[in-house]
Design a protein around this ligand. Structure first.
Ligand SMILES: Cc1ncc(COP(=O)(O)O)c(C=O)c1O
Length: 391
């Protein structure tokens, strides 16, 4: 049986693969600590789960309109007014199965075969594959830890060619945790919009930026460039609802309609019960996040302190999400020659599961998630330091 060329062109998700491997080792009784998770370790607020329970009891069990219930679309539109002062209408919102399906739908709606999409590296693992699934061509733009892995506006000028259609940005970033200030983001957007690029801004971690740093958004640019900006967000990370599959995208009404057409022929509306829970999340208080941000920034500091004692490591101090992306290539040599063999070594020698930087487009680094209890994090980093010292 010959599978399609499309499926043969893409890679499976590295993060999901590593998590499965660590889980399998744990189930064999091995002492493995996973720093590979891409999800928060806290619980959603009660009001969210309560509303889901009420939805079940109240018979919210039928189809809703494909782009989401009117109430949820309104709540998601209001999110942008509440946090970024952007007036949006429900017609500017599509609710999908996580930020992931929002991004997938965008690629399907915007790209024609051969269209190029600029993707700063390190990037979230799925961007290049989603572009490929839409028959587009990912064009990777490398960045450096010295610049907090942020795309420099000049890099756009050099990279744009006749087939360049879009730019995917992610702030704060998975895998680096680094974020753009509003000024930095605006400068990048100015360059990209001046070259008629379509901006896809993935802001799924925006609620996890640690004060005094503040999240930046491309949403305010929708007013002046309505045809050129889409902002992706969702409740997986901020409300710890990864399994509930709730994402939403803000864009021009006609782009929303185009994505809705695609979603209507593939998955239709997201789970009705999750939609009800999402309304409770978006319409209520976000104050509980203050505590979560405090907890995460403390863990970030703990992790950075350990990493600073590893003589060969370079790691920026990020202000968001829950990831660090240390550069460890100073340890390469012998049997550890790249980020994949480094992760294999650290899994076998230290019992710590990590994700190779190669999956994010930077083979010098590894990604670690600090969304786990302090003691476990501390133990894992101590064991990693000991293993690195043997190299
Ligand atoms: C940068 C980024 N964007 C999008 C997503 C998709 O999240 P979800 O589909 O759970 O909303 C993730 C999840 O790991 C992510 O890290």
């Amino acid at each position: 049986m010959e599978l399609s060329r499309r499926v043969q062109r893409i890679q499976p998700s590295a993060t999901l693969t590593i998590n499965a491997k660590a889980g399998e080792m744990k189930s064999r009784g091995l002492d493995v600590i996973s720093l590979a998770a891409g999800e928060p370790d806290f619980l959603p607020p009660d009001r969210v789960t309560d509303r889901a329970g009420k939805a079940v009891e109240g018979g919210h069990t039928r189809y809703t309109p494909v782009p989401g219930s009117p109430e949820l679309r309104r709540a998601a539109a209001n999110y942008f007014a509440r946090f970024y002062g952007v007036q949006a209408e429900p017609e500017n919102i599509l609710v999908s199965n996580g930020g992931k399906q929002c991004l997938y739908n965008l690629c399907q709606a915007l790209l024609d075969p051969g269209d190029e999409v600029l993707i700063p590296a390190p990037y979230w693992v799925s961007y290049p594959e989603m572009v490929r699934l839409a028959d587009g061509e990912p064009v990777v733009l490398p960045t450096d830890p010295e610049n907090d892995f942020l795309l420099q506006p000049e890099a756009i000028k050099e990279a744009v060619g006749p087939r360049t259609k879009a730019l995917i940005l992610n702030t704060p970033s998975n895998p680096t945790g680094c974020h753009y200030s509003q000024e930095q983001l605006d400068r990048v957007l100015e360059q990209a919009l001046a070259r008629d690029l379509y901006i896809i801004s993935d802001e799924i971690y925006d609620q996890l930026v640690y004060p005094p740093a503040r999240p930046a958004s491309a949403a305010p640019w929708l007013a002046s460039s309505p045809w050129r900006v889409a902002v992706v967000n969702g409740l997986s990370k901020s409300f710890a609802l990864t399994g509930w599959r709730i994402g939403y995208v803000l864009a021009h009404e006609e782009i929303i309609q185009a994505m809705s057409k695609i979603q209507g022929q593939s998955t239709s509306n997201i789970c009705t019960i999750a939609q009800e829970a999402a309304i409770a999340a978006l319409e209520g208080s976000f104050d509980f996040l203050e505590h979560k941000r405090g907890m995460l920034s403390r863990r970030r500091d703990l992790a950075l302190e350990r990493i600073s004692s590893w003589s060969g490591a370079v790691c920026p101090r990020p202000d968001g999400a829950f990831y660090l992306f240390p550069r460890l290539d100073a340890y390469y040599g012998g049997s550890v020659t790249d980020s994949t063999s480094m992760c294999t070594y650290l899994l076998e020698e230290a019992g710590v599961a990590l994700v190779p930087g190669a999956a994010f487009g930077d083979d010098r680094c590894i990604r670690l998630s600090y969304a786990l209890a302090d003691e476990e994090l501390d133990k894992a980093l101590t064991r990693m330091g000991e293993a690195l010292a043997k190299l």
